[in-house]
Write a protein that binds this ligand. Structure first.
Ligand SMILES: [Zn+2]
Length: 392
């Protein structure tokens, strides 16, 4: 079996920015791509029909930690895997659970073997390790699976970050070994027959750590590439470090990542972060911002952010963003969206979420087009200038 689980072809480059086509066993994904986050098997506040049609999201995320606790990996397996369980036939990526466990802070205890923690749902003791994470992710059956890593805080000292990075490297090798064994044992519940040169198996991505220390980041990349993965991610950013630090890590590491494989920046960020990371060579993104902020009354627009609860929108009959092609902006006014938000109508969060996802996905479409036409530098400059222009 030497067929690959994914195939990645770069179509055009402009500086470090690149646009390409990522074929997974379930969907063809144009990159750079934004992946909406479906924490508990739902992209909160939207329906799969909208994700498939108007928004045309080709890949979404599921969170291993959350789905493992509820409804449980074996429940999902018995329901035919995550695709069948949630009713989504396009591509899925699951994270390893490492970041969520790390976010529990004092509730967790890390050892060489793995991480002991208490469930945030019922307080029960749990243990997550590279092996358990691979087993859960095989039961979920996502098309792309992430290695189990350890995240150091943004301000970690060199010594702390080194320990964490070395543990991540050892865990990456254990993730790889268990993942390969599970594929051989046929434990992947999302498996398909080989087709179009793809093996029908899951793909496994490795994660580069090392906090803000560039020498550790470089070493982490080298050690991760030595193990060998289908794609590579930069983890442990947007965790409390300065934005300039985040950009400098991406600028240093992304161009050194294997040229022919997808590069994924985990958990980042705002539209301007996406553009800046694309300019430094990143292909894939995920972030909860469009959905989470949609539920709290914040809209992203091409002219900056709008807090819909603001009194100045009470009689504002303009759409959220005159430049946005989404169905919410075609039909509804800021005044109406503000009314929905203030009265606690659930439609308010639904409509803002829809617009925000449209804004992120449409931005990435424009990014791809700009790279293809060799016009990305100008696009980036104009996009960033417009974001701070404030139309109001
Ligand atoms: Zn819109």
């Amino acid at each position: 079996m030497n067929q690959q689980s994914i195939a990645f072809d770069i179509v055009a480059r402009d500086g470090e920015a690149r646009t390409g086509v990522l074929r997974t066993r379930r969907s063809v994904i144009e990159t750079p791509v934004f992946m909406p986050v479906g924490t508990l098997g739902t992209v909160k506040g939207t329906r799969f029909e909208f994700l498939e049609t108007e928004l045309d999201a080709r890949i979404i995320l599921g969170n291993t930690y959350h789905l493992w606790l509820r409804p449980g990996a074996e429940t999902v397996r018995e329901c035919g895997g995550l695709h069948r369980f949630i009713g989504w036939e396009r591509a899925l990526l699951t994270d390893s659970g490492g970041f969520q466990v790390w976010s529990l802070g004092a509730l967790r205890k890390i050892s060489e073997e793995g991480t002991k923690f208490r469930s945030h749902v019922d307080g029960s003791p749990r243990f997550l390790s590279p092996e358990v994470s691979m087993e859960v992710q095989a039961a979920l059956g996502a098309d792309i699976v992430m290695a189990f890593d350890e995240c150091a805080p943004g301000q970690a000292t060199h010594e702390e970050a080194r320990e964490s990075m070395e543990l991540t490297a050892r865990w990456a090798a254990r993730s790889r070994a268990r993942f390969d064994a599970l594929q051989e044992e046929g434990m992947d519940s999302g498996r398909l027959e080989p087709r179009d040169g793809l093996s029908g198996r899951q793909a496994l991505f490795g994660i580069v750590q090392g906090a803000s220390h560039l020498d550790l980041r470089r070493e982490s990349l080298q050690r991760t590439v030595e193990i060998g993965f289908d794609g590579y991610a930069i983890g442990g950013l947007s965790v409390g470090e300065e934005k300039s630090v985040m950009y400098s890590v991406i600028e240093e590491i992304a161009p050194q990542m294997p040229l022919a494989q997808p590069r994924y920046l985990m958990g980042v960020g705002t539209p301007e972060d996406l553009i800046e990371a694309v300019a430094r060579g990143i292909d894939m993104f995920d972030c909860v911002l469009p959905t989470r902020n949609g539920r709290t009354g914040q809209a992203f627009t091409t002219r900056g952010k709008i807090n819909i609860k603001n009194a100045k929108y009470a009689r504002d009959t303009r759409p959220l963003d005159a430049a946005c092609p989404c169905s919410v902006c075609q039909r509804h006014t800021r005044a109406y969206l503000r009314h929905l938000y203030l009265t606690g109508e659930m439609l308010g969060g639904i409509l803002l979420t829809h617009h925000n996802l449209a804004c992120f996905l449409d931005t990435m479409r424009r990014v791809r087009q700009a790279i293809r036409s060799g016009d990305f530098t100008r696009f980036r400059r104009e996009f960033l200038a417009q974001l701070t222009s404030d139309s109001e």
